[in-house]
Design a protein around this ligand. Structure first.
Ligand code: ADP
Ligand code: ZN
Ligand code: ZN
Length: 740
C-alpha cells in the first residue's frame, strides 16, 4: 500500500484539502508546512493528514503530484490549532482564514517569490498633487503612498493595486517609480546593532511588591487585572513577572496597543533580558515576522516577545504569561480585514485552553473587564494607587467655552489656555495639547448652550454628511434617519450652531499666530510615519526642541516626560459626542490617560479641558478623578438599556467603489437577514452609511444586529453571506464590534 498526504490549500475564499504523494521521501507529517503544485501554480499549505491511499485516491492512478518541499516542520501544533478553530467560530470566519491570519504573512497561500535580495525592484513614491480630481482607486493609492512615504510595487500589488493603476498615477504626475535595491533581511534588523547598557530590576515599592505576591498564587488558565493609576510603576511589575516566568523556563508575551510604544518597551526588555527578546508587530517586515515565528518554534530557551495584537498568535510553548498593557485600548481589536478579533478575548481563551496566565494592565479598565472581576467573574484584581514620583495626579480645570463666547472671545483657544501656554518658555516647562479629531465624523453642536443634535430614535449624535457647506445634511448611522441642517439651535435659538471639529494643522497655525515665539511640534499620523517616526518625534520633544506638542489621540499614550507640566484638551466635545455607544467610556479613558502625562517629574502638573458641555458626566468624573464611580454609573445605564456588554452586537460592514452598488447590496443583505433575526430574537438596524461614509475612495455602509447576550449570531453558516454579494462589494462580519 502506498501512503499519501492531504494538504490544506487556499482555494478561492477558503481552504480545501488536496491529496499529494510524498514521492521525494521528505517524510512530511501533519502540522508541517509544505510547498506543492496546484493547477500550474506553486502553493504553500499545511499537511493535515498522512495516510494509506484509498480506492478514491487510487482512481487518480499514478497522477498524484509530489510534495515539492518541506518549508517548516511542525509549524502547527494540534492544541494551538484547536484554540484557533474555536476562535474562528467566535469571529464568524472559517478555520482556514483564521489560520492564515494567525500565521506570518506569506506562509499559507500562493507562494511569493523567493529571495530577491540583491536585485533591483520598483519603489513607488507619491508626488504632490496639482489637481484634486483623482479617480477613486488612484486617490486611494495616492493616499496610501503618502501615508507610508512610499512603498515597494510588489507590496502594493499584494494589497490589490495593479501595475496599470500605478502607471496611470505616474502619467498624471502624482507618483514616481524608481528601481531600488530590494531590502535584504539581515539579522541586524532583528537584533539590536549595539548592545544596550544592562539594567537591573528596581527595588519594588511596597505596593508593587504586593501585586507580585498576589499574582504568584493565581492558577494556570486564569487572569488578573492590574489597576494602577498613571505613573504608578506598572511596567516594572510586568518586567519582574516576566523575569519569574523566564526563570521557570516558560515564555512570556508582552502586548502593547500602540506600535509607537514598542521601541521603548523593547529597549527596556533588552536591557533586562538581553538576547531573549523578540519583536513581532506590523512594523516588522514580512521576513522579520517569519524569522521571529521560526525562532519561537525552534527555540530551546525561553523568550520574551514584545508585540502588538497579532503577536497573541505566536506559537510560544510553554507560554507562562501574557501581559496586555493598556487593556482598555481599542487597538487590541482588529476591525479589518477579517477576522475581527480582540486580542484580549483571544489571550484569555488561549491560557484557558493551553495554560499560562494573563495580566491585564490599565489605569482605566474597560467596562467589559471590570464586570469580569471576582466575585462576579473569573478575574482577580490588584491595585496600584500611588504614583512613584512624589507628585499627585494633576488637578483638572474645565474651561467653559460657552462663557468664552459670551465674553466675545470667539477663538479656538481660550484665554486661560493661552495665558498658561505663554508662560511655558520662561519656566522651562512643556505642554501637550490634544486635538481629538482624526478619523472622527463631524456632528452639529451649539456653541452657546452646548446642545448636540441627536437621532430621535437612537440616542446617538447625528453625523454630518456631504463635503461642501450649504450642501450638507444629517444622518444617523444606526437607523439612517435623515434630517436637514438648520442654522439655529433648536434649544436656545443661537446662531452659533455649526459642525464641530478642527484639525491639528489648523490648531498649529492658530497657536503660532497668537503666541509668537512658542516652539511647536505636530504629532499625528502624518508626522510620525515610518518605523521609528513616533520615537524620533518624541525624542526631539524630550530634547527640548519644542515647548508644545500638538497632536491626536496617540499623544496620550505612554510617554514619560518629566518637563511636561500641562496637558490640555482643545475640544473635548469631539470626544464626548462621538456617535458611539462607548463614546463616554473611551473619552474618559483618553482624558485620564492624557492627564497622566502631566506632572510626572519634579514639578506639579495641571490639566486644562476646553468644552461647551462642562456638565457632561465624563467631564464631572474627570474633574473628581473617580473612574470607578463612572464605571458603576455606566454599568447601570447599559444594563438597564440592555446595551453591550449586557447584550450582543454584530456589525456587518460593506464597502465598494460604487456608492450605489454598495447601498443596494446593503439593502439586499438586510432583507435576507431580517427573517433570521426575527426568528432568533435579534434586532436589525439599518442599513445605514458608516459614521465615516467614504474612506479612500470606497463607500461604506453597515448593518447593525443586536441580540440577547450569550446567544449565537443570527447569520447563515460558512460563506453563504458572501456568495450572494456582487463581486465588487466587500463584506466584513464584526462580531462584538468596538465601534457602535
Ligand atoms: P505606569 O506604566 O504605571 O504609568 P511606569 O511604569 O511608566 O508607570 O512608571 C513610572 C516611572 O516610575 C518610570 O519612570 C519608572 O522607571 C519609575 N519606577 C517604577 N517603579 C519604580 C521603583 N520600584 N523604583 C523607582 N522607580 C520606579
Ligand atoms: Zn443652543
Ligand atoms: Zn437613528
Amino acid at each position: 500500500m502506498v501512503e499519501v498526504v492531504d494538504v490544506w490549500l487556499e482555494a478561492g475564499r477558503d481552504g480545501r484539502s488536496f491529496t499529494y504523494a510524498d514521492s521525494l521521501g521528505l517524510g512530511v507529517a501533519p502540522g508541517d508546512l509544505v510547498r506543492v503544485p496546484l493547477r500550474g501554480r506553486s502553493m504553500q499549505g499545511l499537511v493535515i493528514a498522512r495516510r494509506l491511499a484509498t480506492s478514491t485516491d487510487a482512481d487518480l492512478g499514478t497522477s498524484l503530484q509530489a510534495v515539492q518541499a518541506l518549508l517548516q516542520p511542525a509549524a502547527v501544533d494540534p492544541a494551538w490549532r484547536d484554540w484557533l478553530d474555536a476562535m474562528a467560530i467566535r469571529c464568524h470566519t472559517s478555520p482556514f482564514r483564521m489560520l492564515k491570519a494567525a500565521l506570518p504573512p506569506g506562509w499559507l497561500g500562493q507562494r511569493v517569490q523567493p529571495s530577491s535580495a540583491g536585485r533591483r525592484i520598483w519603489w513607488v513614491e507619491a508626488l504632490p498633487l496639482s489637481d484634486v480630481g483623482l479617480p477613486p482607486r488612484q486617490a486611494a493609492l495616492h493616499a496610501l503612498l503618502l501615508e507610508r512615504s512610499g512603498e515597494w510595487q510588489r507590496q502594493l500589488q499584494q494589497e490589490g493595486f495593479g501595475s496599470q493603476l500605478m502607471q496611470a498615477l505616474e502619467r498624471r504626475g502624482a507618483a514616481r517609480r524608481e528601481l531600488r535595491l530590494a531590502p535584504a533581511v539581515t539579522a541586524a534588523a532583528i537584533q539590536p546593532a549595539a548592545p544596550l547598557d544592562p539594567e537591573l530590576p528596581q527595588v519594588l515599592t511596597e505596593e508593587q511588591q504586593r501585586v507580585l505576591e498576589a499574582f504568584a498564587p493565581q492558577p494556570a488558565g486564569g487572569g488578573m487585572l492590574l489597576w494602577g493609576i498613571t505613573g504608578s510603576g506598572k511596567t516594572e511589575v510586568y518586567l519582574q513577572l516576566v523575569a519569574r516566568e523566564l526563570a521557570a523556563g516558560r515564555h512570556a508575551l508582552v502586548l502593547t496597543p500602540e506600535i509607537g510604544l514598542i521601541p521603548q518597551l523593547v529597549d527596556r526588555c533588552r536591557r533586562r533580558f538581553g538576547s531573549s527578546v523578540l519583536e513581532y508587530h506590523s512594523g516588522c517586515s514580512d521576513r522579520e515576522r517569519v524569522s521571529a515565528w521560526r525562532r519561537t518554534l525552534d527555540t530551546a530557551t525561553p523568550l520574551v516577545v514584545v508585540g502588538t495584537r497579532s503577536a497573541v498568535f505566536l506559537p510560544l510553548d510553554p507560554l507562562g504569561l501574557i501581559v496586555l498593557d493598556e487593556e482598555h485600548d481599542s487597538s487590541y481589536k482588529q476591525e479589518s480585514p477579517m477576522p475581527c478579533y480582540h486580542a484580549r478575548d483571544l489571550a484569555l481563551e488561549r491560557v484557558r485552553r493551553l495554560g499560562g496566565r494573563v495580566l491585564l494592565g490599565s489605569a482605566t479598565p474597560s467596562l467589559e473587564t471590570w464586570i469580569q472581576l471576582e466575585p462576579r467573574g473569573p478575574l482577580a484584581l490588584a491595585r496600584l494607587s500611588r504614583r512613584i514620583s512624589s507628585q499627585p495626579l494633576p488637578p483638572v480645570h474645565v474651561i467653559d467655552m460657552r462663557q468664552e463666547l459670551q465674553d466675545g472671545h470667539r477663538r479656538l483657544l481660550s484665554r486661560p489656555l493661552m495665558d498658561r501656554l505663554a508662560l511655558l518658555p520662561e519656566r522651562g516647562e512643556q505642554a501637550v495639547v490634544l486635538v481629538p479629531r482624526r478619523g472622527y465624523s463631524s456632528f452639529l453642536s451649539c456653541r452657546s448652550c452646548g446642545e448636540v443634535v441627536q437621532c430621535p430614535h437612537c440616542d446617538v449624535a447625528l453625523t454630518v454628511h456631504g463635503q461642501r457647506p450649504g450642501r450638507q445634511w444629517l444622518r444617523c448611522h444606526w437607523c439612517d434617519h435623515r434630517a436637514e441642517i438648520t442654522s439655529a439651535c433648536g434649544h436656545c435659538g443661537s446662531l452659533a450652531f455649526k459642525p464641530f471639529g478642527a484639525g491639528t494643522q489648523r490648531v498649529l497655525e492658530r497657536l503660532s499666530e497668537e503666541l509668537e515665539g512658542l516652539r511647536l511640534l505636530r504629532f499625528d499620523r502624518d508626522t510620525t510615519g515610518g518605523r521609528d517616526g513616533h520615537r524620533r518625534l518624541l525624542e526631539r520633544f524630550a530634547a527640548g526642541e519644542a515647548d508644545v506638542l500638538v497632536g491626536t489621540q496617540m499623544l496620550a499614550k505612554g510617554m514619560d516626560l518629566p518637563r511636561v507640566t500641562l496637558a490640555a484638551v482643545l475640544a473635548a466635545d469631539g470626544l464626548l459626542h462621538r456617535p458611539d455607544l462607548r463614546a463616554g467610556e473611551q473619552a474618559l479613558q483618553l482624558l485620564l490617560q492624557l492627564a497622566g502625562r502631566a506632572g510626572r517629574g519634579e514639578r506639579p502638573g495641571q490639566v486644562l479641558v476646553q468644552t461647551y458641555t462642562p456638565d457632561h458626566p465624563v467631564i464631572r468624573h474627570l474633574v473628581d478623578g473617580r473612574y470607578e464611580r463612572f464605571l458603576e454609573e455606566e454599568e447601570v445605564v447599559r444594563r438597564e438599556a440592555a446595551l453591550v456588554p449586557f447584550s450582543r452586537a454584530c456589525l456587518l460592514r460593506l464597502s465598494g467603489v460604487s456608492a450605489s452598488a454598495t447601498a443596494t447590496a446593503a439593502s439586499v443583505l438586510a432583507e435576507r437577514l431580517r427573517p433570521l433575526c426575527q426568528a432568533s430574537g435579534w434586532l436589525l438596524l439599518g442599513p445605514a452609511p458608516a459614521p465615516v461614509a467614504r474612506v479612500a475612495g470606497r463607500s461604506r455602509w453597515q448593518l447593525l444586529l443586536h441580540g440577547p447576550s450569550g446567544t449565537d449570531l443570527p447569520l447563515p453558516p460558512g460563506s453563504a453571506l458572501w456568495d450572494a454579494l456582487p463581486r465588487d462589494v466587500a463584506l466584513a462580519v464584526d462580531p462584538d464590534p468596538l465601534q457602535l
